[in-house]
Ligand binder design. Sequence first.
Ligand code: FAD
Length: 291
Amino acid sequence: MNDILKSIKSDQPTISFELFPPKQEVNLEKYKAKAEQIASLKPAFISVTYGAGGGTSRFTLDIADDIQKKYDVPALAHLTCVSTPKEDIDSYLKSMSDRGLKNIMALRGDIPEENTDRSKWAFQHASDLASYIRSNADVDVIGGACYPEKHPESKNMTEDIRHLYDKQASGINFLTTQMFFDNNLLFNFLYKARENGVTIPVIPGIMPVTKAKQIERILKLSQAFLPRRFVSIVDRFGDDEKSMREAGIAYATDQIIDLYANGINHVHIYVMNDYEVASAIINNVKDILGR
Ligand code: FAD
């Protein structure tokens, strides 16, 4: 079985990390050193994001390749289809194949704010991209995104889960969630997804919030619900860098342990390229991970 699927399906708790590539080439070497440190923690896999519509995307495959070849950690390369013609998708998939990268996260990407001519996109939805990849590319594992609080564009959860079912049918092997700060939201979502025939593994995505200013961005991106306990932490420690970091790592650790305690065996961490955060989290659950 593919290494990523093996970890996701294992009875032993496992953990994986997400990294995002640097925006500029001048920062690439420094970034690679950070990625190396994070890979040295030996997560089950590392996913590398893709900047929708260009931007950071040109480094995604380089970084995924390094992680896999130099550090022997399975890599999952993201790809978005928003504003993208088919030739660009084909060329990315060819580059993956040339490098022996076989794991991909198929995403749509956020729709740009400026007027966009959707008729020029080869694929409208992540499931269209995933079907294409499954039939035309040499990949093993395809992941997709899901939203415990529903995708902001969906009218309601029922509609969103109907589209998740289509995603599953398109050949996606597992789903990773958007960040959330109250585990009950995930449990409710899982119940509804399973009731509606979504049977593939769902990996919770956890974001350790270590800086108060991250919250604005989180709310813009995901409209996530912030529980009172979380808001109190930010109110009390938001202006004190070290305390906020400590409290944010503790909050995320608590979420992770609660997920493991409730029978979820794989958790994906949005470590924001921060080795100290990744290492502190691993250290906090090292016995649970059997290390
Ligand atoms: P879709 O699955 O296409 O869903 C988008 C909306 O369309 C939803 O409301 C859905 O219900 C609806 N929909 C789906 N299928 C249909 C259909 N057939 N008919 C009608 N409506 C439909 N963004 C990046 O730019 N780069 C990244 O690397 C990246 N990584 C991510 C990783 C994870 C784990 C997550 C959760 C998100 C990530 N994103 C990334 C953000 C993501 O691109 C955005 O949330 C985007 O708005 C939706 O992407 P999607 O793949 O979920 O889209």
